[in-house]
Design a protein around this ligand. Sequence first.
Ligand code: MN
Ligand code: MN
Length: 319
Amino acid sequence: MSDPFFHPVSGTELPRYAGAPSFMRLPVVTPDHPRFAEVEIGLIGTPWDGGTTNRPGARHGPRQIRDMSTMIRAQHGATGVAPFRLANCADLGDVAPNPAGLEDSMARITAFYRDVVAAGIRPLTGGGDHLCTLPILRALGAEGPLGLIQFDSHTDLFDTYFGGTKFTHGTPFRRAIEEGLIDPVRTVQIGIRGTAYGTEDRDYARDVGITIIPIEAFFERGIAHVMDEAREIVGAAPTYVTYDIDFVDPAFAPGTGTPEVGGPTSYQALQVARALRGLNIIGADLVEVAPPFDASGATAYLGASLMFEMLCHMAEGPL
Ligand code: MN
Ligand code: MN
């Protein structure tokens, strides 16, 4: 049973639209807080989109996800899991990026997550664009390569953009493999679709042993079959889950920078997250929510809901 200090504010005590929004109405426990070391799962914002190549705005994601996450109640509707009772959870605040400095921003993110790892906290991140995942993995994967489950409509495996730029939201997992942060043989990418520049990313995936499950196979085989394979690929060893909201069809998640039509519904998006139960998830993120294209807040609400799904698994352990 977790300490009541780390429980969220209930909507029966303070209406959900009231109060300063934190992730899921949890206490804000920044690294200088006296109870920081007691946190077991930390929800973190990375308000940075310096790797974005198309429509910008994911830097505003954490704030809108926090706002919409006030709709999340404390108990899972289908499984009954009550994550805030199982683990000390807190909102660790935002990493302060440098909006005019790409490599500086990445260094700031890595430094923040090193402190989180050193405190024994498992991070659950709301982005930010997908380049945010690379500096997170530099902290989490420092002890050896991790398994990776990636939900995305893109592989993000390109080498360079614009004649030699190695860091964009289309390159993080190429870099993560080069740097030994993730094991390509324990990496699976699910939902890949859309028009392409060419086959460079898929050729690279094949050469290094990454499993790609394109959207056509996803729908033909069905969620249970696909997720069984994903679970086998990562196995019982430490695994990171990265969830790009553009995995979801833009009819359900329009607020993102690089949408691709022909994707899963919001219910199917929840189903794939539920199928991660029991894996050894040492960290997870939900990235690419871009509030300027999310007039209703529906994308951010789905993002918050997916974070809750992953939080439930992380709270069930191992911690
Ligand atoms: Mn991505
Ligand atoms: Mn994507």
